[in-house]
Write a new protein. Structure first.
Length: 468
């Protein structure tokens, strides 16, 4: 990674901070290392963030525009940041850069029922938007498992997925338009409330998933949909992960589109049950959580079809929630998975995707690779999307862990790509996977990405060293 601390002189850095204080006297700006420390990391294990020049908390688009304008003038790099829940090192600090935390821009500006749209600032928490939409009888589907603390700006920058993507799609499918501060401080809009709008290049699509490297999102217009019926929930337990994978493939093949189709392996089931005592089958090798929000008889049909597919694939038991309270209780099992694995040691959560029908093969590959590298692994994830999170759990302080994990990760990415899959389904490239981007996309496609970066950020001040 480029060290901007050495590239930008100490004088230029102080001149930048001075100009920032003079131009935006009300801006909260932290420069003390003890205070900036908690903004250096995101949730990715084994990252090595730099020492930031400072951390700023803008409260308006005008603030962000001014910060970027001054940064460009002084050639100081910037790291946009939401809640810091990222799992690819995207928001980690860069040496000599100013981290720009967008969480104070947290207003829901409008819930527009007539146009089925919401206009929000980037620091709005995903779950808060969900609740505001629900109050208006509407629904914002993308729901990363971190939905109670991750921000919409982070969701857009990562093109995040979640537990409802199998039916509704990912963040990209709900972004109608953005307000973006570009690398010179100018502000553009890329779309708005139009349901259809194809004028010129699709700039919204370029910024979605760009991980803060092409511009800073300061407002988003998001598509809402009618509120669905309350969910029906089912858990199925299997004697092997491959049998669970086969059930996923069978459900897809039967044309059933549940709202949620999540998988947890034995390691994860046990870790969750030891923590929350939910009464899960601790002897099972895998568990699927399947939900329908289709409502009424259709929901019943969907879950019965899914239950049949599970039993045919070899499920040893199928448990259906009697009511919403019990469904909430069962849902906790999946929501608790990342936290439960973290309790067991250092949990390095990964993220790969394969075409849905390849889930059983990918699960076997993960089993094989973790055994070969002697690494305990918990696998859970959005199996209905073919998106799995193999999570290596190692002892804190094991000096060989990082090296072994890196070797296993490389093998897992190679297997995913060989199956026609991807090195990341939803967590993004950040710093964690940029070394594998060419493996995934090929040199020519990465060259096109570099050309876009060069066109939008010629001085390379936006989130340097991330993605590319
Ligand atoms: C327990 C747990 C569960 C998770 N579950 C899921 C899941 O189910 N699905 C999923 O997809 N992810 C999941 N994640 C990953 C993470 O929560 C998402 O990537 C989330 O979208 C990040 O949001 P954030 O606000 O924390 O962004 P940050 O981590 O702060 O930043 C992420 C990236 O976005 C950029 N960025 C942030 N705000 C802006 C902005 N306004 N403009 C431009 N760039 C910006 C940053 O530079 C960085 O590159 C999970 C993480 C945890 C810890």
């Amino acid at each position: 990674m480029t060290s901007f601390r050495s590239a930008v002189s100490a004088d230029a850095r102080s001149a930048f901070l001075e100009a920032l204080r003079a131009t935006l006297p009300g801006l909260q700006l932290l420069t003390d290392a003890a205070e900036t420390e908690r903004y250096r990391f995101d949730e990715t294990e084994y990252t090595r963030p730099g020492q930031p020049l400072g951390v700023a908390f803008p409260t308006s688009t005008a603030d962000v525009s001014e910060i970027v304008r001054l940064a460009a003038e002084h050639a100081v790099p910037l790291v946009p940041r939401g809640a810091g829940s990222g799992l690819s090192g995207g928001a980690t600090a860069v040496d000599g850069a100013l981290t720009v935390v967008l969480t104070r821009m947290d207003r829901i500006l409008e819930i527009d029922r007539a146009n089925m749209a919401a206009v929000v600032q980037p620091g709005v928490i995903n779950a808060d938007l969900g609740r505001a939409a629900a109050e208006a009888g509407l629904f914002y589907p993308p729901d990363p498992a971190s939905f109670e603390w991750c921000t919409i700006g982070g969701n857009i920058a990562e093109n995040s997925g979640g537990l409802r993507c199998v039916k509704y799609g990912v963040t990209r499918d709900f972004v109608l338009g953005l307000q973006v501060v570009l690398a010179d401080g100018s502000v553009i809009r890329t779309g708005g409330k139009n349901a259809k709008d194809v004028a010129g290049y699709d700039l919204t699509a370029i910024f979605v998933g760009s991980e803060g490297t092409l511009g800073i999102v300061t407002e988003a217009t998001l598509r809402l949909v009618p509120a669905p019926a309350p969910k029906l929930t089912l858990l199925a337990f299997f004697p092997s992960v491959v049998a669970a994978g086969a059930a996923v493939a069978a459900i897809t093949e039967a044309g059933i589109v549940p709202v949620t189709l999540e998988l947890m392996d034995a390691f994860t089931v046990r870790a969750v049950d030891e923590w929350h005592h939910l009464g899960l089958d601790r002897d099972a090798a895998a568990m699927l959580m399947i939900e329908s929000d289709a409502g009424g008889a259709r929901a019943d049909e969907e879950l019965s079809g899914a239950a049949d597919a599970c039993l045919i694939a070899g499920a040893t038991s199928v448990l259906r929630a009697a009511d919403a309270v019990e469904a909430d209780w069962l849902r906790q099992a999946r929501r608790a998975a990342p936290g439960a694995l973290e309790r067991a040691g250092v949990a390095r959560m990964d993220d790969i995707g394969v075409p849905r029908a390849c889930v059983p093969q990918m699960l076997s590959e993960i089993e094989r690779i973790s055994a070969e590298h002697g690494l305990p692994v918990g696998v859970f994830g959005h199996a209905g999307d073919g998106n799995l999170h193999p999570t290596f759990v190692v002892d804190r302080g094991d000096p060989t862990a990082e090296r072994r994990i890196n070797a296993a990760r490389a093998a897992i990415y190679a297997s995913a790509v060989a199956l026609g899959g991807t090195i990341t389904g939803e967590h993004g490239t950040g710093t964690a996977k940029k070394g594998y981007l060419e493996l995934q996309r090929g040199a020519d496609a990465v060259a096109v990405m570099r050309a876009i970066k060069q066109a939008l950020d010629p001085a390379g001040i936006l989130n340097p060293g991330k993605v590319l």
